[in-house]
Design a protein around this ligand. Sequence first.
Ligand code: PGA
Ligand code: ZN
Length: 438
Amino acid sequence: MNETTIRKVLAWEALDSRGKPTVGCEVLLSGGARGQAVVPSGASTGRHEARELRDGGSRYGGNGVQSAVANVHGILAEAVHGLDAADQVDVDATLRQVDGTADLGRLGANAVLAVSIASAVAAAKGQHRPLYEAAADPGAVPLLPLPMVNILSGGAHAGRSIDVQDFLAVPLSARNFSEAIEYCARVRQGTAEVLSEMNLSVSLVADEGGLGPALPTNKAGLQAVVAGIARAGLRPGDDVGIAIDVAASQFLAHDGHYVLSAEGGRRLAPAELVEELADWCSQYPIVSLEDALAEDDWDGWKTATVRLGLQQLLGDDLFATNIERLERGIEEQVANAVLVKPNQIGTLSDARTVVRRAQGAGYNTVISARSGETEDTWLADLAVGWRTGQIKVGSTMRSERTAKWNRLLRIEAELGDAAQYAGSEAINVHRPSSASIA
Ligand code: PGA
Ligand code: ZN
């Protein structure tokens, strides 16, 4: 038995940033180190994600997680007892095997992920190393990511005021991580000023800490962010680009058309939506489009990749951090970047596999928080250790968001002159080579 052998696992029902129950877990190692994790949860959840276990019934409107907590305490704790927490692949394979289902729906992906992460955090502590270092490949140089910062929200995160779910700032010309965050905080402030002068509400924040004004059209959102960048004294497109998360699965109708409710119910066929987005890209400095089409609209996605492939085309619901879905994307040359949310797949090792495969195929990787978050900071460490190049955790407000930015700022300070920063290179589109597709 070594210092990092798992001795005990504790679990409890915690709350996420939306006030919804979630699973908290602590793993205790033989050497005395402890690691804790409280897992996040989405709102615009894709159909292909791993399945959270919720209790149903009347507590918390059916969203309680007492059954998932009991699974951690019982069957999962028993399964990992005596394993080496430093062997993440073994811990995760064991968790997956005990659950026995592909989507982890039996014991709950929320239960499984809590143990997976708490075990990684404990292992790093047990080895007296920061998590970003313990989670990295041997010899890999830590890399501070280019942040993608939420400025305006619509869709499922802001009462569906507009159809597009997120408008984000990408600080292209910033020379290091701390300067990048300063640019984004300025853009958020500048955008708030611009909206306030238009008599739009800026006092309420959306789920990810962005502004959630009632705008007349989706383009008005782009216009507001461009004006906010200029108000911040920065150059739209040169200093700060715009990323959007269309989250198109959320407004796909049964007949295969996309319905823009914020624009009088305009109905668009997939190719028409692609043309609409191309029009936005020609007028505004958009550098990244996430979930431009719905999660199962592979044909629409192919059209989008051909037409809009100069921009970063980021698959969130499309890939669901699932290696099989990513393989299909690489094979069919769909999208050129993958959003990585560990809770979409259920274990850290599975998320790690997706990052590696994407990097090998020339796809960009953006590690991401969920709209329902916690005070945890492990996501920031994974971004640095796994060298994802980009990270998306919401706005520069709300503590569950700033917890991650603050952790990255601290890592930057800790690394000092040795800190490498991904910068705008991380968002450049790399055409996959035929060798990596094969
Ligand atoms: P979710 O949103 O966490 O509600 O799924 C985040 C996103 O769509 O990127
Ligand atoms: Zn998304």
